[in-house]
Ligand binder design. Structure first.
Ligand SMILES: C[S@@+](CC[C@H](N)C(=O)[O-])C[C@H]1O[C@@H](n2cnc3c(N)ncnc32)[C@H](O)[C@@H]1O
Length: 258
């Protein structure tokens, strides 16, 4: 699949390793006339762009002068109207904490044809590399995805209303570096102090680092380099899964191996 003139592709760039791009994302990135990318998309992925492509950073870094959402929307519309094939490249999956609603609405209003290409979200990269099964038949029947970053005007909102279910794995995107504050919010929501907690930095890349801790000890933890994601719950115990093997279907196994 090659990027078509006048189209905009909201494309998931995955966690940062080009090997974790989908084939479709890789094809679009390497054929588009223009690529508008977020800060978290690293050079090895941008190097897949055509040499003559316009590669434009539209990152929204906290505390730094950045491109507004309206400017991004307008840039996408103008490039598509000029007949360019456009990739809007986001880290992870474009539909998770990626302002996709605003961009899609702006494009649809202007009748610009667009398509969304899913990507490997940070959550899945962290879970895979750390061998954390996000659901587990004995300890977690649900997955809760949250952000530690609240939109302007919602900063006083709690992380979670009410009590967290006990049988859940919780993933917190954009946890920030104030772990004391995060710990307080988690305890306020009834999470027990001994809940295992796993912090993963730069998941799915060569720079990945991780640390296992608990909610009790979270405030003592030195923040890992961004971007980081926090996973919480019994599935995040360092040795979770050991001894929890499903009963093998011995007959089928011997049929394959004999
Ligand atoms: C604006 S959100 C975008 C999330 C992205 N759409 C996704 O699906 O992964 C950015 C946050 O995602 C998380 N994140 C993105 N890439 C990451 C990575 N490689 N390792 C750990 N966390 C990551 C961090 O919490 C970061 O602050």
């Amino acid at each position: 699949m090659t990027a078509a003139p006048g189209w905009v592709y909201l494309t998931g760039g995955g966690p940062g390793d080009p090997d974790l791009l989908t084939v479709r994302a890789q094809r679009l990135i390497s054929t588009a006339d223009a690529v508008f990318h977020d800060d978290l998309v690293p050079q090895p992925i941008l190097q897949l762009c055509r040499l003559d492509a316009a590669v434009i950073s539209v990152g929204k870094r906290c505390g730094k002068k950045s491109t507004t959402q309206e400017q991004i929307n307008q840039a996408l519309i103008s490039a598509a109207r000029a007949g360019k094939s456009v990739v809007r490249l986001k880290s992870g999956d474009p539909m998770l904490y990626g302002r996709a609603t605003e961009e899609l609405a702006a494009l649809e209003r202007e009748r610009i044809p667009c398509e969304v290409i899913p990507g490997v979200s940070a959550l899945f990269a962290a879970a895979a590399s750390m061998r954390v099964a996000l659901t587990d038949r004995l300890s977690a029947s649900r997955l809760i995805v949250l952000t530690g970053h609240r939109a302007a005007g919602e900063r006083t909102m709690p992380l979670w209303e009410g009590a967290f279910p006990q049988d859940a794995t919780i993933a917190i995107y954009m946890p920030g570096s104030d772990y004391s504050c995060l710990q307080e919010s988690l305890l306020d929501s009834g999470l027990s102090r001994d809940t295992p907690c796993l912090i993963v930095s730069c998941a799915g890349t060569e720079r990945q680092q991780s640390v296992h801790t608990t909610v009790t000890a979270l405030h003592c933890q030195i923040p890992l380099p961004p971007p980081t994601i926090l996973l919480l719950g019994r599935t995040c115990e360092p040795d979770a899964g050991n001894g929890v093997t499903a009963m093998p279907d011995t007959e089928k196994i011997s049929a394959i191996t004999s």
